[in-house]
Design a binder for this molecule. Structure first.
Ligand SMILES: *[C@@H]1O[C@H](CO)[C@@H](O)[C@H](O)[C@H]1NC(C)=O
Length: 412
């Protein structure tokens, strides 16, 4: 642990103490948590998906039964350059989009047809091409280093990162992906995750107000620091350089982070990472704003990218549809571990369903000390046809600093 880290932790503790009530901070950061690694039975895995290095997000695209993820592909990149953890060294790395087939458990790295620049991956979203049903559009956050900052001798007032969104197009079952365009706007500052509506309209979260420095740390630990926001982006037309309009769709959440699609076309699932909770919200077509309907708190881990599982085998007596959220359960070590390729970061995957009394039942679906999956940041369920009255599913968990995505069988 370096001197800088000790100062950081002291500052974190001080801010948490001043901010009171300290219990929330202690639970979310896992100060006293002992990871209770889930024991898996025969045939339950874990299956490590080869060539899925440091993939922050994963989506299950149901129409084709395929998973999409964006990966760094290189074990060294994240530890030197990852603006979301305030790791900011210049770098020219190119991650990629992968397709994982849940039937073969194999990953295919899609070749870029026309994209050369740096690609530092984070959140993505995948939607059907409205004009070609066997193709998808993929939006992906790209934390590019800002050339202006480095060319000007790294002055403080020019941001180090020039984070933007890339839009790609991919024909299902092909091995390549085409870059459609890059999207940047002054309101897109610290992008984290995306909720796609169409090839010309989407939402993006800014997870922090401050890009680095002590104020960013205060934002992490101080509950009243509700400075993050969600931006709606509208592209005028689908040409390569159609003009971009952006507006604030929602503000006032603490450290809003991941976005997911929910039960209906209008539902948006939003996570507050440090808050350890998710919000179920409605998007309004007329003015693009988002309003919060309810929240569900998990209380013992960070809440990273949320996903909704729609149970295709639901019956009147058992509907396993619910929300999943993955997160680091001992965030207190995250800063110290952020530059260590061999550190373990414990994780939990939470699952919540609405019972017949209208109460959100919550359980830890999977927990690990970081040796099977580190820094979990997204999880999705892929259904298995029920047998002998048992409802099973493959749970895929991925992490932004984990050597590979992992699949394990769970009973719902
Ligand atoms: C946007 O529209 C919705 C429904 O039409 C309305 O409830 C909401 O107040 C509007 N929000 C803003 C910020 O105008």
């Amino acid at each position: 642990m370096g001197f800088g880290t000790i100062i950081n932790l002291a500052l974190v503790a001080l801010v948490a103490f001043l901010a009171g009530p300290i219990s929330h901070f202690v639970h979310i950061t896992g100060f006293f948590l002992t990871p209770n690694s889930t024991v898996l039975g025969e045939g339950q895995g874990p299956i490590y998906i080869e060539d899925t290095i440091h993939c922050e997000d994963v989506h299950h695209y149901r129409p084709a039964n395929l998973l999409f993820t964006a990966c760094e592909d290189d074990k060294s990149t994240r530890f030197s350059w990852f603006p979301p953890l305030a790791s900011l060294l210049p770098l020219k790395a190119q991650g990629s989009i992968h397709v994982v087939d849940p039937k073969t458990m194999k990953s295919t790295r899609l070749a870029f047809e026309n994209f050369q620049g740096p690609f530092v991956t984070h959140g993505i979203d995948v939607i059907e091409d409205p004009e070609q049903s066997d193709a998808v559009y993929i939006y992906a956050v790209n934390h590019m280093p800002n050339p202006a900052h480095f060319e000007a001798g790294e002055p403080k007032d020019i941001p180090k990162a020039q984070s933007q969104i890339e839009l790609f197009h991919h024909t299902i079952n092909s091995n390549s992906i085409r870059h459609v365009r890059s999207i940047s706007h002054p309101l897109i500052k610290t992008p984290n995750d995306i909720y796609a509506i169409s090839p010309v309209s989407f939402y993006v979260t800014n997870d922090h107000f401050y890009r680095d420095g002590p104020m960013r740390l205060i934002e992490d630990v101080w509950r009243p620091a509700k400075w993050s926001d969600i931006i709606h982006v509208q592209i005028a037309d689908s040409s390569k350089d159609g003009p971009i309009e952006a507006s604030v769709a929602l503000t006032g959440l603490w450290n809003n982070n991941g976005l997911g699609h929910g039960r209906t076309d209008k539902e948006v699932v939003i996570s507050s990472a440090m808050g350890g909770e998710i919000f179920l919200a409605t998007r309004h077509e007329s003015n693009h704003s988002i309003s919060i309907d309810t929240s569900i708190a998990f209380a013992s881990s960070l809440a990273d990218n949320p996903s909704y599982y729609d149970d295709p085998y639901r019956t009147d007596s058992h509907d396993a549809s619910g929300y999943l959220v993955a997160g680091v359960s001992q965030a207190i070590h995250l800063l110290a571990n952020a530059k260590d390729p061999n550190a373990l970061d414990a994780v939990q995957v939470w699952y919540t369903t609405l019972n017949s009394n209208g109460v959100w039942e919550k359980k830890v679906l999977f927990e690990d000390d970081g040796s099977r999956i580190r820094t979990a940041s997204a999880a999705v369920l892929v259904p298995i046809e029920p047998k002998d009255g048992k409802k099973l599913a493959w749970l895929f968990v991925t992490g932004f600093m984990s050597e590979s995505m992992v699949a394990l069988q769970v009973e719902l």
